[in-house]
Design a protein around this ligand. Sequence first.
Ligand code: ZN
Ligand code: ZN
Length: 390
Amino acid sequence: MDVQWVLVCHGCLTVLVVVSFLCGQWPIFQGTFIERFHYFLTVGAYDYFLRFVMYVCGSRARDAVLSVEYFCCDRPNPILQIIYLAIIGVTYYLVAQSSFKYIPGHYLSEVHRFASFFAVVVGVLLFLLTSFSDPGTVKSENVTQYLSAYPYDNIIYKEKECSTCKIPKPARSKHCGVCDRCVARFDHHCGWMNNCIGEKNTRYFIAFLLWHFLLCLYGTVVLGLVVAGQLKELKVIYILTAYYGVENSFFSLAPHVVQWLLSSYNTQILLMVFLAVISLLLVGFFGYHLHLCLTNTTTNETFKWQDYLSWKRRLHEAKASTAALKASINGITAEQKPPQSKWRAFFRRSPLDDVDATKDNIFDKGYLRNLHEIVFPLSSRRSVLRSKVD
Ligand SMILES: [Zn+2]
Ligand SMILES: [Zn+2]
């Protein structure tokens, strides 16, 4: 098999594995091969591995594997942080080693050597800031401050005490099972950051996602311009048309140019594909979190609202079917009413349409105020601190 086909297969396989692993559970992939592959990668393969260990080495070996899993997934640990640093470090090294020799080039000035380093450093700083900043830990000393900043809505949050911390649980907070602490305006526990994402570090997390999306996009464009510059400097199009007699049209030239690129600049092409895929995933994730911030909701609350709305729908269905049963019993025993017109019956709204399944989010105060709340967390504002002193 030609080297370029090996590279194309390698690229396709990378895209398939990354997309299936990270996005396989998205609704657009429901019922597809991607969803099944996602299940295999996240649960199925591990399950087979456990059964294999049990079959070959016995239950003690399986318990050892399970305790390693507990340490890696259910306890705070820096494994994913190290993987992130390794990915960003190795990618930057490969880009510098393979492409810095072409900078300055036909399309790129020397500034990109320094700009790329600066962009990576800022990315790592944002990562460290999100990882090591306080997400808004609720303690007995500051719980009153959080209680006044986040009132109970009595819909998805009711007055409660954390059974582990033994302190009142302010609305929007959650006890993180991994970190073993209550976190205000809890979004999720992020394994990559080895930290919770909460009231005080959502701003850094959002900045991290946006910066890394731009960083990957920048890397893809710079590598594209490196390769395009080489194409121009080496007069590849001219050589192909003048010496090899290839017709000067896009469709005739494209296969030859792609073949030349894959054989001479395969590292740059693979890095471009990798960075482009990661930037697409990051922009999706950033868009999702920006939407949450603009509507003043958290990942944790989207599940709570889903549960609340489905409970409300079920309740309404039960009420509607009871009413229908009552009506049919009354119909049998009472006098027959004049028959309803077929057309009127057809256009009559189903009782299930009346369900008031709307999300009444009291924390949503409009896009601008919601964003302001992300940048300047409520609990650290002077008004809330003053009310604590009063
Ligand atoms: Zn707690
Ligand atoms: Zn946590």
